[in-house]
Design a binder for this molecule. Structure first.
Ligand code: TXA
Ligand code: MG
Length: 320
């Protein structure tokens, strides 16, 4: 099992030796390696069982570093960076030559993000290299939002987990590509479209939803899948057709009288979508550990982080 601790120098030492370390971020935990050390990056793909065609995000600590990872940083990118970085936003930019193609899965572009977490920012500041890090889960499974989630699934694949508490956004970063003055949303995530729209124009036709999309690998339809089947729709309708003793429930708010209480998760008793996002992946994980046949989940309002939650629920329920 991995050691779990809050020792930044220890995490830095493993990373400098080409080892993997799980890092806390405000979105989800990442499985990190020195982005410039190909032998270390290979270990990420192996540990996650991740296909080589799915590129990794490069994490750094400040806006000034962007131009070391990307060969070109347009003004719009700086505008967005000043407003949203550190934060749950990943920018796809033309990659600098020294960023290994292994990190970008052969693409000429690189995803860059500055995580908003005090421990990880300190760690990044102490290192002479940026960190390549995907979410720290086996490929296709739900992303981890606590150190224990990482331990449960990948604990035997890495020496150290930096414990920064529960991720306070709880859903992965919003990924965008710049297209002149418009932006193309490749993955809905922790930064709401409404906030992005305060700064840039979003090309609506190009918002990626859960259809399979080879241009943005990792956006596969079936992703975030728990072991137990997820059925997305009106919970009261779907309850008509099943044995209520044998189902789990993920609702925004509201409890269902015939379903055992310990099989129900209300994502936010007050209907707050940011709180709901924070609880989503833990809810999927905890229900997935129960002796039940099916998880019934309901779609959230299509606003704020509700869009990203719906995207994850659609993928979790996809039967491919
Ligand atoms: O919040 C997050 O983004 C978390 C934390 C750990 O930072 N990371 C994360 O990484 O969710 P991951 O690997 O699970 O998802 C990254 C996705 C890839 O699947 C891919 O869709 C997209 O980022 N991506 C990365 N580089 C790209 C590129 N050059 N072009 C297009 N898409 C890219
Ligand atoms: Mg992931």
């Amino acid at each position: 099992m991995a050691e779990i601790g809050r020792d930044i120098a220890r995490a830095a030492s493993f990373l400098s030796q080409g080892e993997l370390v799980a890092i806390p971020t405000e979105t989800v935990y990442g499985l990190a390696a020195n982005a410039y050390d190909e032998a270390a990056v290979v270990k990420i793909f192996e540990a996650k069982n991740r296909p080589a065609f799915d590129p990794l995000i490069v994490h750094t600590h400040s806006v000034a570093e962007l131009s070391k990872i990307a060969r070109e940083v347009p003004d719009v990118a700086y505008l967005l960076a000043e407003k949203f970085m550190p934060g749950p936003l990943t920018l796809i930019l033309p990659k600098a030559e020294h960023v290994p193609l292994l990190v970008t899965s052969g693409h000429d572009s690189v995803g860059v993000r500055i995580p908003h977490h005090p421990l990880t920012l300190k760690l990044l500041q102490s290192l002479p290299f940026p960190l390549a890090a995907p979410s720290a889960n086996p490929f296709g499974y739900v992303s981890p939002t606590t150190a224990q989630h990482v331990q449960d699934q990948l604990g035997n694949r890495l020496p150290y987990i930096l414990d920064g508490g529960a991720s306070h956004i709880g859903i992965e970063s919003t990924i965008i590509r710049l297209d002149g003055h418009q932006v193309e949303v490749l993955r809905l995530g922790g930064l709401a479209l409404e906030d992005l729209e305060d700064v840039v124009q979003i090309s609506k036709a190009k918002i990626k939803t859960s259809s399979s999309n080879p241009a943005a690998p990792g956006m596969l339809s079936s992703h975030y899948s728990p072991r137990i089947k997820v059925l997305l729709g009106s919970i009261s309708d779907n309850l008509q057709a099943v044995n209520p003793e044998r189902v789990g429930i993920i609702s925004l708010q509201g409890l269902y009288p015939n379903v055992p209480l310990d099989q129900q998760v209300q994502l936010s008793a007050t209907g707050n979508l940011a709180e709901a996002a924070r609880h989503l992946f833990s809810a999927l994980r905890s229900l997935d550990g129960l002796n039940i046949d099916l998880i019934l989940a309901e779609p959230m309002p299509e606003q704020g982080l509700g869009r990203a939650i719906n995207d994850r629920l659609q993928r979790a329920s996809f039967q491919g």
